[in-house]
Design a protein around this ligand. Sequence first.
Ligand code: ADP
Length: 490
Amino acid sequence: MILIIDDSPENIFSLKKILELHNQEVDTALSGEEGLKKVLKNNYALIILDVQMPGMDGFEVAETISGYSKAKDTPIIFLSAISIDKKYITKGYASGAVDYITKPVDADILMLKVKTFLKLYEQTRELNEIQQALREEIEYKNQAQSELRERVQELRSILESIPQIAFTAKRNGKIEFVNQHWFNYGQLESEFPPTHPDDKSILEEWNQTIKTGLPLTMEVRFRKRRSEDYRWHLLKALPVKEDEQIMKWVGTFTDIEEQKQSEQKKDEFISIASHELKTPLTSIKAYLQLLQRSIESTGNNVVVNYLQRTQVQIEKLHHLITDLLDISKIESGKLKFNKKLFDLGPVVQSVVETIRQTHEGSTVIIKNNAQVQIYGDSERIEQVIINYLTNALKYSPDSREVELETFILNNKEVRVNIKDKGIGIPMEKQTNIFQKFYRAEDSSSRFQGLGIGLYICAEIIKRHNGKYGVQSEEGKGSLFYFTIPLASHT
Ligand code: ADP
């Protein structure tokens, strides 16, 4: 909008007409004082100012305007009866753009000057806006940088205060900070401390981690700088992300030597105990069989019945001890497989028949039994199916019905599904179910078990290059599965 300040209403009228004819919005003031009030209240793109006015004259008005921060850059065109020396007018209004026009006003010249100034006003406004945006951006960047510096400092203080060895690395894997504990094991800040010669190379795993962007967990042995003894450490490194972008890595090495030792002692104990238990148990089994045979001929049914029950319990004990032995064989890498080509169909059929006999009152339905050949240890595969089936029945106290299905997948592998309508497993526990000694605590008080069956199954399937897993809904039931490559694909 353009403001005209002139004490003559006729002048105002004619100027307003000219400007409005050229589509300009116009505001007017009949004195310098009124004009100043309007300038304070509104924003004008241009002021046309009469020089000779009663009260404040045009120069005084211009001088006052130049003191208002909001309007000091607004261009002014002075209106004067005589031509004014340029030096004289700039004195009153040094900071803004100024010009003058003599009366009577030539409409063309007026419009030429008005348009020039309006363009100038527009350009100045745009420039100011850009400048403001730039200033804000710089301020924002400065603030973000100082926040980042603070966060880095905070993280480093935390890493200094923890008992673990800790480090941070750039997104490309280059180590940028290590805490004091680091130097108990390593000499250089830029390199991981040296590990036991038999352990995996940290650097190789680290490079792989940086490539994939996935968290790293590994166990390695370090020794203190002047010590001979290596101690086990757990390395955990996690990416720090912002908007899904990896910004840096934070890692710790935790001393797990004591845990490792007690785990080793426990494994040794399990191994010795299960070996020691197995020998007398095998003799008891043999003697029981002899006893049963000799009593059967006497026809004493009560004793035969008791003997049969004893045998069932001995069989359970035998399974437990065999499982414990398997665990210690897995730990020491001595779980052996007697792999041959075999047909899976008959194995499935015979397992189901055994289960039907040993679990009276339960129903095992074979929905489909694919006739396929696989290369593997049939007894171990049988062990997996028995484990899945007995679990399915054990954890289904209200429905004694279980479904088994085997089918070929993509002509490459065979999949075995065992489905129950039992208690199910909560989502968050499903990933742990195949771990050693893990039991979903909701079921452990109601059902007996050691939490090792599925761990052994997982190991057996892994060693046959297969996959395993569970789909389950709490309260509705579970589907346990495994796959094995077909013999034609091994
Ligand atoms: P165990 O049955 O001796 O505890 P497993 O290793 O066979 O050990 O199973 C581990 C855990 O998985 C069980 O304790 C139980 O919580 C859960 N689980 C296994 N099978 C089922 C199933 N079919 N339905 C519900 N929970 C199951």
